[in-house]
Design a protein around this ligand. Structure first.
Ligand SMILES: [Zn+2]
Length: 307
């Protein structure tokens, strides 16, 4: 079996950045796999996510199913509520250059992850732009250059956010769930930044469903690679870089045994953008996904390109 797999690693919290990222660096290095990291470098306000219990259908059930306090730690659950939210990037400023030096792609995962995740659709466009600018400024401080890619926290994107990415010259975004790269449309407006969606479900979405365990998830990923089409898997520094690190290492091993080729999303984006006219346009719609609380931005049916 061959197949192509892009590993997208979202880093949401201080715990994920300081502990999950170094652990993942080690495992990826052992397997000689290059991945795409997306960092939220602003304040860790994870404790505020608790208010989703009152707003989002399925949040409490998901917290219980994934045993979130065990995954994220009690302290993390207090940041932004009982404890002030620490600045994530400042806690380990050498990590961003270390990731790049190891050959991984490093992009942005918002600034204040919880603010974007919970409020994007209520923020005025200038506030959306500000979140992206703050993220880019923090990244530039640690990396010495601007980031080329943005992955929206919680797969929440809007016309405002995609317009801001275009204004700030991002190469591509990875904001949605879908099947194939495309240019996102919102009603009659087609936006100009390429979108590379996450194509596979995540481990935390599947855990606990009908007794589903991590090894069942590995089997599912391997089966989805069989059709040979490139797939994008999102993992979390707090999950696969934490209690499920061993299972993630086994997934990489089994992929390598089967001849799967790993790619960085940025390299695929550059390859695709050599012929942008061949890429489809698709509407972005909000949908509920099994195992995920609330609604996420998803790729809708492919549309004809406007002439
Ligand atoms: Zn995230």
């Amino acid at each position: 079996m061959a197949g192509r797999l892009g590993i997208k690693i979202d880093v949401d919290t201080l715990e994920g950045f300081c502990k999950g990222v170094p652990a993942l660096l080690q495992v990826l290095g052992d397997q000689a796999v290059k991945a795409s990291f997306f960092l939220a470098l602003g304040p860790d306000h994870s404790g505020r996510a608790i208010f989703r219990i009152f707003r989002q259908r399925g949040f409490l059930e998901k917290m219980w199913r994934t045993r979130a306090p065990a995954l994220y730690g009690f302290k993390t659950m207090c940041y932004g509520t009982l404890l002030p939210g620490p600045r994530i990037g400042a806690a380990a400023p050498d990590l961003v250059p270390r990731l790049a030096a190891a050959g991984h792609e490093v992009g942005l995962h918002g600034y204040d992850h919880v603010r974007w995740h919970d409020h994007l659709f209520h923020l005025p466009p200038e506030q959306v732009t500000r979140e992206i600018t703050l993220a880019q400024d923090a990244f530039t401080k640690y990396a010495g250059r601007r980031a080329a890619a943005f992955a929206a926290p919680g797969w929440q994107c809007s016309l405002s956010s995609r317009t801001a990415l275009a204004a700030q010259n991002f190469l591509y975004g990875s904001d949605t769930r879908g099947t194939t790269p495309y240019f996102p449309a919102f009603g009659n407006t087609v936006t100009s930044v390429l979108e590379i969606p996450t194509t596979l479900p995540t481990l935390d979405e599947l855990l606990g469903f009908h007794g589903c365990r991590a090894r069942d998830f590995t089997r599912l990923v391997l089966s989805r690679l069989e059709n040979g089409r490139p797939q994008v898997l999102t993992i979390h520094a707090e999950v696969e870089g934490g209690p499920f690190l061993g299972e993630f290492a086994r997934l990489l091993e089994r992929c390598r045994d089967r001849g799967v080729a790993f790619f960085r999303l940025e390299d695929w984006a550059r390859e695709l953008l050599r012929e942008p006219d061949r890429l489809p346009v698709a509407q972005v719609t909000l949908k509920r996904l099994p195992g995920r609380a609330g609604r996420v931005s998803c790729q809708g049916p492919v549309e004809a390109r406007p002439s």
